[in-house]
Design a protein. Structure first.
Length: 440
């Protein structure tokens, strides 16, 4: 009997050991989450994944505004995350010693627009897992009315033909001339340049010239080469900014008292046909008392400025949320982590969490149209990202040196709009402030 018990115990121990070894080969995932507001959702996800695959996912969440410090402390322990996030090229520069190369991962292979990834030296180190976008929002009911005018002075028949600045300016100038016939006060909503309300111009619009300067000069976004700019595309920035000012619902001299809410209300009440803003703006539009704009008429146009080849330009699509895999983790844990993030964006269970609970616009081709967010601007973002031959404009404003730089730029734009500062002085200020703030 003792021999039987000993043999049985030995067999059980061997079986347990074999099971543990088999399970360990799967690796495990340890994720340091950035957003406290979705911590409980990630806990649900972890449980669902373990139930489906048997692989353990441990989710830890950093406190608000404490991600970098938490990541620093966690990386120095045996419980270092296998999955973490960076905010873009600057974040990669800080964490490059921990970022595994991701170009062979399944998730990267399904990234709709691979120009959105964080890269260095032609290799991929960060994959965007949620995106937002901005551009020129237009009301198709008003633009269609313009194209049907018997006396319009342009050759264009629809907004589908407007794919560069020259065409945009021609159409907008003629719409402005026909504003009474269209029942609008102006083509564009107010250019809000009140202090604190100018982010659409000193950050979002300013992204365009910075993006093209870095792109066309092959600047490594993770290098110190980003610490200065020449404002090489200042004339292109001026092109679109002047168009916003001139074909507007208000005189340029009045922009200093206007807010973003004013602009969105003007669009919602159909006092104008166009407004520059992001996909988050649908809630503002639909929430305006007396809103007249129907969801099916809300469309997007890229912000054309006159850069050569912009016919292939898309919306400004980006994020400050990029997945990175810790290359110092074991090979099993790295593979387990890559498998987990692919499951999240490709499995039926994972995709439901992404769209229904996390509410992400996911930049991957694993989602069918009926699996994406349904508000009209989110739909437009997805549509533009999927267009063949179109390249999105990356969010290089994450590289802007400081809030002071942006505030100074906004103040310069206000003075220019009011006729108190020359464009040459605006350009000089931008170049000088970028350099000085980068050295702080």
């Amino acid at each position: 009997m003792k021999k039987i018990i000993l043999v049985t115990c030995a067999l059980l121990a061997a079986t347990t050991s074999m099971f543990a070894a088999k399970k360990s080969k799967k690796g495990q995932v340890r994720y340091l989450n950035f957003k406290p507001e979705v911590a409980s959702i990630y806990q649900e996800l972890a449980a669902a994944y373990e139930k489906e695959t048997g692989v353990k996912v441990i989710v830890e969440t950093a406190a608000n505004n404490a991600y970098e410090s938490t990541l620093t402390s966690k990386m120095a322990t045996k419980q270092a995350p296998t999955l973490f996030q960076i905010n873009g090229p600057r974040g990669y520069a800080n964490w490059k010693n921990y970022c595994a190369e991701l170009s062979d991962t399944e998730l990267y292979k399904h990234l709709t627009d691979k120009s959105l990834a964080v890269t260095s030296g032609g290799k991929v180190y960060g994959i965007p897992y949620v995106v937002e976008g901005y551009g020129i929002i237009y009301n198709a009911a008003i633009t269609d009315k313009y194209f049907a005018l018997p006396n319009k002075a342009t050759k264009y028949k629809s907004m589908d033909e407007v794919n560069n600045f020259a065409a945009l300016k021609e159409v907008c100038d003629d719409m402005q001339a026909n504003k009474d016939a269209l029942g609008i006060k102006g083509v564009f909503a107010s250019t809000s340049l009140k202090a604190g309300e100018d982010w659409r111009w000193q950050t979002h619009l300013a992204n365009l010239p910075v993006y093209y300067e870095f792109k066309n000069n092959n600047v490594d976004l993770a290098s110190d080469a980003t610490k200065k700019i020449n404002f090489q595309y200042d004339k292109e920035f001026k092109n679109i900014f002047d168009l916003y000012l001139n074909d507007s619902v208000i005189p340029a001299k009045n922009v200093g008292v206007k807010t973003v809410d004013n602009s969105m209300a003007e669009f919602a009440l159909e006092e104008c046909a166009m407004v520059q803003n992001g996909n988050w703006a649908w809630g503002q539009i639909s929430g305006v008392s007396g809103n007249k704009v129907k969801a099916e008429n809300v469309k997007y146009l890229p912000i054309y400025t006159g850069v050569a080849g912009e016919e292939g330009q898309g919306l400004c699509i980006g994020t400050e949320n990029f997945y990175c895999i810790n290359k110092k983790a074991s090979k099993q844990d790295q593979q387990a982590t890559a498998d987990f993030i692919y499951w999240l964006y490709s499995s039926e269970t994972g995709k439901k969490y992404v769209t229904e609970k996390l509410g992400f616009i996911a930049p991957f081709d694993t989602f069918a149209d009926n699996e994406r967010p349904t508000d009209p601007l989110a739909v437009e973002i997805s549509k533009w990202m999927a267009k063949p031959g179109i390249t999105s404009v990356a969010w290089n404003f994450t590289l802007f040196p400081s809030q002071t730089f942006k505030d100074n730029f906004g103040a310069s734009l206000l003075r220019y709009a009011q006729g108190a500062k020359s464009w040459e002085d605006v350009k000089a200020s931008v170049v000088k402030d970028w350099a000085s703030e980068s050295d702080m």
